[in-house]
Design a binder for this molecule. Structure first.
Ligand code: FAD
Ligand code: EPU
Length: 335
């Protein structure tokens, strides 16, 4: 059923109250096909959990909320399992389900908001793991040909917060199912320093995947605002990847600048550090601002608009360019 003029406040974690001209839900690829066949040539927006979007105006056309549910085993042996999930499953619930079965590989991605279907869009990542590390395949509906197509990891062209679905195939596919290859032996990726520290604090020396998940959840809760309490979409900007020579120059002025290995000849900088150093951390403009614990997160305290947050992000981009000659890129999808 297509509804008209639906407020989207409950459908985005920033909590902005823009209107969708039309809104419908689908819970199978068949339902999706039917909806699209009757609504050809309309602008379309596929909505998951709304945790990586910034609504700045009315959404023209049809917003389609993905509600495809179901988790099933596709292949299994003593070493691994290939598990396929409907795109509309909540990511964190899927992670908890896998942890419960002792399937290892995504425990470091605990508590990331949003849907399973959006996880390949930007190759979600946290605490030393990205979904590309455990990705098996996805099934996506090609809006033009009306066929379901299968994509393997190579075809998805995953990168840091990137995939082909954010680039050349943007707006052309609806991801309906995603499958992951998970290990029956615990992988225990605790290389990300904060996890070790958290486990030490809890006195755990030989962590289970449940322990790692708990440690990740504790770290996230201490740093990131809960969208149920303060509107936000996680990191608003990507961490910039720049040539090593630029990092060397910056180090002369800022010897403590955090930087991480990246592709050959490149380094990743911490955008949160740059934004904090530039004096933006905790800045508040009444009902919106920069979060006090994590400068990479822009927040809506209630009653602001997406346009105001967008303009703030433009100010920050300009300032970081002036102060460090670094170009920040938004991670959040602007609507
Ligand atoms: P939405 O916001 O609904 O959509 C995002 C984009 O994907 C849109 O362009 C939408 O059209 C498209 N899309 C969604 N579903 C589909 C589909 N089925 N088919 C085709 N296109 C689709 N991200 C990380 O990577 N790591 C983190 O650690 C992290 N932490 C976060 C913490 C907080 C507090 C918040 C609020 C966000 C965080 N994020 C993080 C960002 C966000 O959780 C992820 O990007 C998540 O995958 C978005 O899922 P969603 O279902 O909410 O997508
Ligand atoms: N930092 C500051 N000030 C700040 C924030 C960070 O100096 O206000 C410094 C920290 O001290 C640290 C460095 O920046 O030295 C990195 O900080 P942190 O470990 O908190 O991670 P991040 O780079 O800010 C990234 C992801 C997060 C992900 C975490 C953990 C991006 C854009 N963000 O944040 O993802 O959860 O690492 O892996 O890559 C998201 O994408 O929405 C998101 C939350």
């Amino acid at each position: 059923m297509i509804e008209k003029n639906i407020p989207l406040q409950a459908f985005n974690t920033f909590g902005f109250n823009e209107i969708a001209e039309e809104f419908a839900r689908f819970n199978s690829s068949e339902e999706l096909t039917e909806l699209l066949q009757h609504n050809k040539n309309k602008p379309l927006f596929i909505l998951g959990g709304g945790s990586n979007i910034l609504l700045t105006k009315k959404v023209e056309g049809l917003v389609l909320k993905n509600d495809i549910k179901g988790i099933k085993i596709i292949e299994e042996n003593d070493d691994f399992v290939i598990v396929e999930s409907g795109a509309g499953e909540i990511w964190h619930n899927f992670v908890l389900h896998c942890i419960k079965q002792n399937w290892s590989g995504i425990e470091n991605l605990s508590l990331i908001p949003g849907s399973v279907g959006a996880s390949p869009m930007q190759n979600i990542g946290a605490y030393g793991v990205e979904i590309k590390d455990v990705f098996a395949y996805l099934l996506a509906y090609n809006i033009a040909s009306e066929e379901i197509e299968k994509f393997d990891a190579e075809q998805c062209k995953f990168g840091y917060r990137e995939s082909i679905f954010k680039q050349s195939l943007k707006g052309k596919y609806v991801i309906c199912h995603v499958a992951f290859k998970l290990s029956k032996q615990a992988i225990k990726n605790t290389t990300y320093g904060a996890i070790e520290d958290e486990l030490n604090k809890l006195g755990i020396t030989d962590p289970s995947i449940q322990d790692i998940s708990k440690a990740v959840i504790a770290i996230r809760q201490s740093k990131l605002p809960d969208p149920a309490l303060i509107g936000n979409a996680g990191s608003f900007f990507k961490n910039p990847i720049v040539p090593e020579t630029i990092v060397d120059t910056l180090k002369e002025i800022y010897p403590d600048i955090p930087n991480y290995p990246s592709a050959t000849g490149m380094k990743k900088l911490a955008a949160g550090w740059l934004i904090e150093k530039a004096g933006w951390k905790g800045k508040s403009y009444g009902n919106y601002g920069v979060h006090k614990n994590q400068a990479l997160v822009l927040v809506n305290y209630g009653g602001s608009t997406g346009k105001e947050v967008f303009d703030l992000s433009s100010e920050i981009i300009r300032d970081i360019k002036t102060k460090f000659n670094i170009e920040l890129e938004r991670e959040v999808n602007i609507m």
